[in-house]
Design a protein around this ligand. Structure first.
Ligand code: IPD
Ligand code: CA
Ligand code: CA
Length: 264
């Protein structure tokens, strides 16, 4: 397989993300309570997540022959064996969507031999499209973005998320307890993709989460790295896509933050 032009590919992926986003936006006031299915306690899904995933898969298939797919809603065969793998969360922030809180996103990442090299995150209701490709920088609606320059945790705003499973709440609360004392502010938006996009453009100084899936973070990892940030596992592991936990922040804050969140 010849090496794809990542910039051209990113712009094509962006069009697919926008198409799926338009569908999700159109359905926001159409779905009813009877469309909501409980996947597991606290984790919900609707036909909107599934249909959006189908739109995305259909858009991506012709872009890269032989690429595999890892997708949250399983509407396509799951396969990580190819050199390239699309990693897709068609609707990140489903609980927000169901409650009609306008904070949810389409998240599409591309891995090359397991490493994220392209990421597109569309914050649908804000009409903010974040995208990045390896070596090409990180962008928001055509403008370059960078992580914050803040060196001080006491002046920083840190985002996090809480898992649907409630088994290890004590550790999570212990970490939050430390951070609430140290940081300027803590935010929980309900969309890991938007948390990472906001970290990439410096609105958040950092983001961490202790229980997360590859489709939540693959695109955002590229965005934060290309925006000058550091992305690791909670204990500094270098490649967190499939690790299940993540810390993303500006380079100045990484040592201090990994000390604070590392034992989660
Ligand atoms: C969830 C959101 C949330 C995060 C959860 C994710 P979903 O994804 O990103 O912010 O805290 O860990 O599962 O279910 O809305 O796609
Ligand atoms: Ca998600
Ligand atoms: Ca989702």
């Amino acid at each position: 397989m010849t090496h794809p032009d990542l910039q051209a590919l990113t712009l094509a992926v962006l069009e697919t993300a926008k198409r799926a986003g338009a569908f999700i936006r159109q359905e926001l006031h159409q779905f009813s309570q009877s469309d909501i299915i409980t996947k597991e306690p606290h984790s919900l899904v609707t036909y909107v997540d599934r249909k959006a995933e189908e739109i995305i898969v259909q858009g991506l298939r012709p872009l890269l022959e032989d690429a595999g797919f890892v997708t949250e809603e399983n509407t396509v065969d799951q396969n990580r064996k190819s050199i390239y793998t699309w990693v897709i969360d068609p609707l990140d922030g489903t609980t927000n969507f169901i409650h009609r809180i306008p904070v949810f996103a389409v998240s599409i990442g591309l891995l090359e031999k397991g490493k994220p090299v392209l990421g597109v995150i569309s914050h649908i209701m804000a009409e903010e499209h974040f995208y990045a490709w390896e070596g090409g920088g990180a962008w928001l609606n055509g403008n370059p973005i960078q992580v914050s320059k803040n060196r001080n945790i006491g002046e920083s705003v840190i985002a996090t998320g809480f898992p649907y499973r409630r088994e290890h709440i004590e550790e999570l609360v212990a970490t939050l307890d430390k951070l609430i004392r140290e940081a300027r502010g803590i935010r929980r938006l309900g969309s890991a993709a938007i948390d990472l996009a906001y970290t990439a453009c410096g609105r958040f100084d950092g983001y961490y989460e202790g229980s997360i899936n590859a489709w939540d973070v693959a695109a955002g990892i590229v965005l934060v790295r290309e925006a000058g940030g550091i992305v690791t596992g909670l204990h500094g592991e270098p490649e967190p896509t499939f690790l299940g936990h993540i810390l993303a922040c500006n380079p100045h804050l990484h040592p201090g933050l990994s000390n604070l969140v590392g034992r989660q």
